[in-house]
Design a protein around this ligand. Structure first.
Ligand SMILES: Nc1ncnc2c1ncn2[C@@H]1O[C@H](COP(=O)(O)OP(=O)(O)OP(=O)(O)O)[C@@H](O)[C@H]1O
Ligand SMILES: [Mg+2]
Length: 227
């Protein structure tokens, strides 16, 4: 397949703890091409969210390097990394991080408006309809259920058509039917726009729809990356 969009080389993360330094990610390398889909699986505490944050440039590694859309992230300052993220990345957090002062529609419109898109309202409305929330546009996050907030977060992450969509447990709060719908949507966008998917998931069905899969055990990569 096409050119590589995301690479990690000898990525590690060490954090201080009361017992001394704690290695939460050990020398991990991977390479993803445009349009790939990767599932990251592993037990709670194995380092999945840590890895996702490093790959998306939200956090800096203790060692190694991430290259996203041709740019090495370690040499960039926080503003430059923020610009790369705005241009290339969508992120669905484990805790949705919606803005409480904005309603569902405004939350999804925000990245589009920051991007200067004139069709922000139309596109945000369409995405919310696609995740089944056409009747909840003016609800604030507080007035939405956990699963509904999850779906708003997914619509927001897709809004600006990112090259790479990172999602931490995208179906974690959803019943199996809604989860399946969201999985379908993720792979539709993967097919339609060539969006690369990097998903942390405990959902076996979702994991097995991805072309590639890695398993973490205590911060170590234990499953092969190749299909
Ligand atoms: N900033 C930090 N300081 C100290 N320890 C941390 C820090 N961030 C993460 N950890 C530890 O690193 C380990 C990996 O955390 P991480 O959040 O990546 O796990 P996870 O695989 O996403 O788990 P879950 O499935 O429960 O979300 C955990 O044991 C956690 O306590
Ligand atoms: Mg996690």
């Amino acid at each position: 397949m096409g050119a590589s969009i995301l690479t990690a080389k000898n990525l590690s993360k060490v954090v201080p703890s009361a017992e001394g330094e704690l290695t939460i990610l050990h020398e991990l390398s991977l390479e993803l091409n445009k349009g790939d889909s990767l599932a990251i699986v592993g037990a709670s505490g194995s380092g999945k969210s840590t890895l996702l944050g490093l790959l998306a440039g939200l956090d800096l590694p203790s060692g190694g390097e991430v290259t996203l859309a041709g740019q090495g992230l370690s040499n960039l300052d926080e503003d430059q990394r923020a610009r790369i993220r705005a241009e290339h990345v969508g992120f669905v957090f484990q805790s949705f991080q919606l803005l409480d002062s904005l309603n569902a529609l405004e939350n999804v419109m925000l990245p589009l408006e920051l991007d200067g898109r004139k069709d922000a309202r139309e596109r945000a409305t369409e995405l919310l309809q696609r995740v089944g929330l056409g009747q909840r546009l003016t609800h604030s996050p507080r007035q939405l259920s956990g699963g509904e907030q999850q779906r708003v977060a997914i619509a927001r992450a897709f809004a600006a058509e990112p090259d790479v969509l990172f999602a931490d447990e995208p179906t974690g709060n959803l019943d199996s039917h809604t989860g399946e719908r969201i999985s379908d949507l993720l792979f539709e966008l993967n097919q339609e726009s060539g969006t690369t998917l990097v998903l942390v998931t405990h959902d076996e069905r979702l994991a097995h729809r991805c072309r590639r899969l890695i398993r973490l055990e205590a911060g170590l990569l234990v499953a092969p990356l190749e299909p």
